[in-house]
Design a protein around this ligand. Structure first.
Ligand SMILES: C[S@@+](CC[C@H](N)C(=O)[O-])C[C@H]1O[C@@H](n2cnc3c(N)ncnc32)[C@H](O)[C@@H]1O
Length: 280
């Protein structure tokens, strides 16, 4: 396992993923019953922007840094940016970027829970240190797919599963699909968010088509690209498949992406979409 999220922290893919995360958790928090947040690939939870690898890659400069002072953010984007600032700004400067566990715990209420899985021992250590005093959080140093299969449905029977793999292994889509479909069968009312990269010649279109053919209802795709889709080499865009999105999240995301995409785009290139793959 070579993947280190510190290289990518705060990039445009993190921005989209975390806007969706905030949107879903805010909806779940509107009902009084507690919910459970399950993060299969949790990372270390917080990324100091001064770290050597983060500085060297500098991806946050093409992501969160472009947004911090931008005016007129619509509701969901403004809420996400306020959380990032609350967690990471010191003396007027963004010094660290919060990972998905830290954002989730900042939103959760006292009776909500977070089940955080991270396989890489140093990342899991850092996450344990970050969440040590928070009784809502449980860190599992184990394979996130196996954990998901074993741990759904959570006792709350309400909640969100975020699946955010590094796509380093050739069978990543296969494992993701198999685990996601099995989890939905056991817990059909859960909200599921699965991240995927958009690169030239990648498998994301086929992944969405295979998921649409499963018969699972209520599948929403959210995509944002910052480049032409057919540019070879790097990450041209980012997408999330959301199963069972909360009511009206599609509209909130469309509004947020219409504001975000032009700011994150490279010289006006790229596109966004929020579209139902399988409707209500
Ligand atoms: C994209 S990063 C996670 C970022 C995090 N979700 C966030 O938004 O802040 C993916 C993480 O998955 C971890 N990882 C890789 N394979 C895993 C597996 N099979 N199970 C659990 N974690 C894994 C990597 O060590 C890495 O920290």
């Amino acid at each position: 396992m070579n993947y280190r999220h510190a290289y990518h922290a705060g990039n445009f893919a993190d921005v989209l993923k975390h806007v969706v995360l905030v949107g879903v958790l805010d909806h779940l928090g509107r009902k009084p019953a507690p919910y459970c947040y399950m993060d299969t690939h949790a990372g270390r939870g917080d990324y100091p922007l001064g770290a050597a690898e983060t500085q060297r890659a500098g991806e946050f400069r093409e992501g969160i840094s472009k947004l911090l002072d931008a005016p007129d953010a619509p509701t969901l984007a403004a809420r996400y940016l306020a959380l990032v600032k609350e967690l990471g700004v010191e003396d007027g400067t963004l010094v660290s970027y919060p990972g998905s566990p830290r954002l989730a715990l900042a939103i959760e209420r006292p009776d909500d829970r977070a089940v955080l899985c991270e396989l890489e021992p140093r990342e899991a250590d850092a996450l344990r240190a970050l969440t040590r005093r928070d009784s809502r959080a449980a860190v599992h140093e184990r394979d996130g797919y196996e954990a998901l299969a074993a741990l759904v449905p959570p006792r709350e029977k309400r909640g969100l599963v975020l699946i955010d793999p590094p796509y380093e292994e050739p069978d990543e889509y296969e494992r993701l699909e198999r685990t996601l479909i099995a989890a939905i069968a056991r817990w059909p009312l859960g909200v599921y968010v699965a991240w995927y990269p958009i690169k030239h010649g990648d498998q994301s279109g086929r992944f969405l088509a295979r998921m649409a053919a499963t018969g699972i209802r209520r599948q929403l795709a959210v995509e944002l690209t910052v480049e032409r889709d057919d540019l070879p080499g790097g990450l041209n865009g980012t997408g999330l498949l959301i199963v069972n999105p909360p009511y009206r999240l599609d509209r909130e995301l469309a509004e947020a992406l219409a504001w975000l995409q032009p700011k994150l785009a490279r010289e006006g290139r790229g596109r966004f979409r929020v579209s139902w793959q399988v409707p209500e």
